[in-house]
Design a protein around this ligand. Sequence first.
Ligand SMILES: [Zn+2]
Ligand SMILES: [Zn+2]
Length: 330
Amino acid sequence: MKAVVLHAVNDLRYEDVPVPALAPGHVKVRVGFCGVCGSDIPRIFQKGTYHFPTICGHEFAGTIEQVAADVTGFKAGDRVAVFPLLWCDQCPACVEGKYVQCENYDYFGSRRDGAFAEYLVAPTRNLLQVPAGVSLEEAAMTEPVAVARHALRRVAPSLVGKSVAIFGAGPIGLIVAQWARAMGAASILLSDLIPQKLEMARQMGFQTGKPDSADVAVDAAGAPAALLAAMRVARRAVVLLGNPAGDLQLPAALWSQLMRREVTLFGTWNSDYSVTGTDDDWHAALAAMAAKQLDLQPLISHRVPLADAIAALRMMKDGKEFYSKVLIKP
Ligand SMILES: [Zn+2]
Ligand SMILES: [Zn+2]
């Protein structure tokens, strides 16, 4: 099969690799679409991953091509989204069902080969059926949609009547905004330095600009300036969602303000997934897509064939053109 393989930092190659072998309890998925995550760019071009060679790509959905003989509940032709974390099922976090805190986890697209490839083999317990009416393009965004929901649910079981300010209008910020709307927030405002991102936000019906204050402020950028801005406006809560891009120096006056306002800082990490549940972040993400509570199509700025993926990843690294969600189509 064809795949985009990372051989070393900044050494990507589009090449032929063996199709992964089917194992008991697993299915072979023909990858339909794989999104490029913000974290993929530093992984590929700066930091590298756990070992080389590795096929990146963890935000994906596809169609089952083949199932192992012992598999029940899934069959060839089923459309599936795949939870990319493989948990050990033994450690205390796993026993609690907190798979993203697993002490011995594996991960498609970073610790093991992911979905910048035509095929991938996954265990059935990581699969979710894609509901009718949800495209594979949308289903490929289940991971960021689940992450965004998880972040807001950390702050408040209900956002009804609340004001939400989101710093960073990239795909994750825009999805947070859509969830906030679906959850009943009274006002939603996005802030960003890039005008095209704000234009996208306005086209989705959101306000943009600078708020004076908001009940909940989300740093969806990971830039120190964005987090400081979130801290300045937050009346009740700040959500740390973006991956830190650098050290943060907290001015004493702002520090004091956070105390005075009794602001709570919420860390959020990844998303909750349940094999049997219906209200975990992953099942809720797909259900919200099926119910048209979220509109993900406008987030997609690029659809790129796998053969052109390397050029697209370089474009993202260099910021040569405007992009929001980039989907690779193997
Ligand atoms: Zn991701
Ligand atoms: Zn575990």
